[in-house]
Design a protein around this ligand. Structure first.
Ligand SMILES: Nc1nc2c(c(=O)[nH]1)N[C@H]1C(S)=C(S)[C@@H](COP(=O)(O)O)O[C@H]1N2
Ligand SMILES: [Mo]
Length: 243
């Protein structure tokens, strides 16, 4: 089964545990080729961390840190000046919000929570700032009969969905800051979604458009077998501590 971590891309490079442990023994070579080892950790070891009986991956650089994921295999670029968030569908006033408007014209909200990927890695106490999705929806005016949101990335491939009740929570943000600074391009900047109580795959990067729809469609990873309601600790058959 494919996993929300880009392991599909790594499929051709899949290697066995013996090879992994052998490579970890390289030690000094790991210092010389530091950057390569770190991408090795991200691409090959990260998908193994949730079923690693040795616990060895938790000692590696990369443990407790974000892995950078992109299902398209590249990181789309949009400057702050070029950035627009479109909000349309079942709304009274379709919106086109600039990066500046998102930072100045709408109430700003901060959330600090652990970030948990469904493949097992977790980053503690990540600080986010942005605008509640609810505040954006209220500005657009949601029409009667709206069932939820379909959310699109400007990578051209990734999508997500939220019910209206999920979208209206206090801890669901259109985020423009992450880790105490503007969201970097690698992390989905200038603006990404942040869905605090759910697994990382709900937090769509390179946010392009929020469409209010009458019924929910599955998102990118849900079409590939992951739960639509992605609550940390009570979905996807995992027992993680809620974030
Ligand atoms: N557009 C887009 N958004 C995405 C993904 C992706 O591949 N493309 N991966 C998701 C997954 S599975 C996780 S865990 C987080 C990882 O966020 P990061 O790349 O900033 O670490 O982004 C989520 N949002
Ligand atoms: Mo993930």
């Amino acid at each position: 089964m494919t996993r929300p971590d880009g392991a599909e891309d790594a499929a051709g490079r899949r290697i066995g545990r013996r090879t992994v442990l052998g490579a970890l023994g390289l030690g000094a070579a790991g210092v010389v080729f530091g950057s390569r080892i770190s991408s090795f950790v991200d691409d090959v070891l990260a998908p193994l961390t949730d079923h690693d009986p040795t616990g060895i991956t938790s000692y590696l650089p990369g443990a407790g840190r974000f892995r950078i994921y992109s299902v398209v295999g590249s990181e789309p670029r949009r400057t702050n000046a070029d950035y627009r968030l479109r909000v349309d569908g079942l709304v009274d006033h379709p919106l086109t919000l600039t990066w500046h408007q998102l930072r100045t014209e709408l109430p700003q909200t901060a959330v600090t929570r652990d970030f948990q990927c469904v493949t097992g890695w977790r980053v503690a106490d990540v600080h986010w700032r942005g605008v509640k999705v609810r505040d954006v929806l209220d500005r657009a005016g949601v029409k009667q009969g709206a069932g939820g949101l379909r959310i699109y990335s400007f990578d051209g491939a990734y999508t997500e969905s939220l019910t209206m009740a999920q979208a209206r929570r206090d801890d669901v943000l259109v985020a423009h800051e992450m880790l105490g600074k503007p969201v970097t391009r690698a992390h989905g900047g200038p603006v990404r979604l942040y869905v605090a109580p759910m697994y990382g795959y709900k937090s769509l990067k390179w946010l392009d458009r929020i469409e209010v729809v009458d019924h929910l469609d599955q998102g990118y990873w849900e079409e590939r077998g992951y739960d639509v309601d992605a609550w940390v600790g009570r979905s996807n058959g995992r027992g993680d501590k809620p974030t």
